[in-house]
Design a protein around this ligand. Structure first.
Ligand SMILES: *Cc1c(COP(=O)(O)O)cnc(C)c1O
Length: 223
């Protein structure tokens, strides 16, 4: 493990063109985010609203904050004024609430549809078949204050690389299917967010174009 600056520079040099780096700063202090920012990093991912708010208030305004964790509907209003991208659009109820808070703010908020493909029941998101049904239903078309930018997913936490690979492939296939059926002409539907510190090379090989890296940049989290 190098310094934050060395780590960020290493990722930036090694990620293929077209793959965005979301630096996952949850549980790390403002000073660590500032160090990453000073290298030029602008996209940061957080997973808890109460932690994100003070960070957003005390760090430069041109940071693009991405929300990556499960988001409770009653907390959407706090991040709606500034959030750049919500990766964790994991239920119909949440999508509706993001839409309604975005409307109050006079914004259109970018969201990803989170897929549940992993074996753990604790992970949230739409099963691929549920997402197919939701998209076919068409109700999402009336949510005019959200812009669906793509999908996000996580693989099972395991050493079984074949399982991880098959899950990433499932996420990518779902991305392509939704793109083809509902957004063929819309270049904004373009993000396939998958891969974390341990599995991002495999995720990229399977078609990820946003990786969410925390530990590999900032070191171990102390909970
Ligand atoms: C914490 C988290 C990450 C980053 O995990 P690392 O293993 O530290 O890279 C990525 N995605 C989500 C959704 C997370 O909650």
């Amino acid at each position: 493990m190098g310094t934050i600056t060395e780590n960020i520079n290493r990722y930036r040099a090694s990620l293929p063109q077209g793959v965005k780096l979301c630096a996952v700063s949850k549980f790390h202090p403002i000073s660590s985010i500032q160090e990453a920012y000073d290298t030029g990093q602008r996209i940061f991912g957080e997973s808890r609203v109460q932690e994100l708010l003070p960070k957003q208030q005390n760090l430069p305004a041109d940071i693009e904050w991405h929300f990556i964790g499960h988001l409770q509907t009653n907390k959407v209003k706090y991040i709606a004024p500034f959030i750049t991208l919500i990766h964790s659009g994991d239920s119909v109820k949440l999508l509706k609430e993001i839409n309604s808070c975005a409307k109050k703010e006079g914004r259109v908020i970018d969201v990803l549809l989170q897929l549940h493909v992993a074996k753990e029941q604790t992970k949230s998101g739409f099963m691929p078949s549920e997402l197919d049904d939701y998209m076919a239903g068409g109700e999402w078309r009336s949510l005019s204050n959200i812009q669906i930018r793509g999908v996000m997913g996580m693989a099972t936490y395991t050493d079984d690389e074949e399982l991880i690979e098959s899950e990433f492939k499932t996420i990518r296939q779902e991305f392509e299917k939704i793109k083809r059926q509902y957004f063929p002409e819309n270049e904004k539907f373009s993000y396939c967010s998958m891969g974390m510190s341990d599995d991002y090379p495999l995720a990229i090989a399977c078609g990820s174009n946003i990786v969410r890296v925390g530990t590999g940049i900032f070191g171990e989290r102390i909970y």
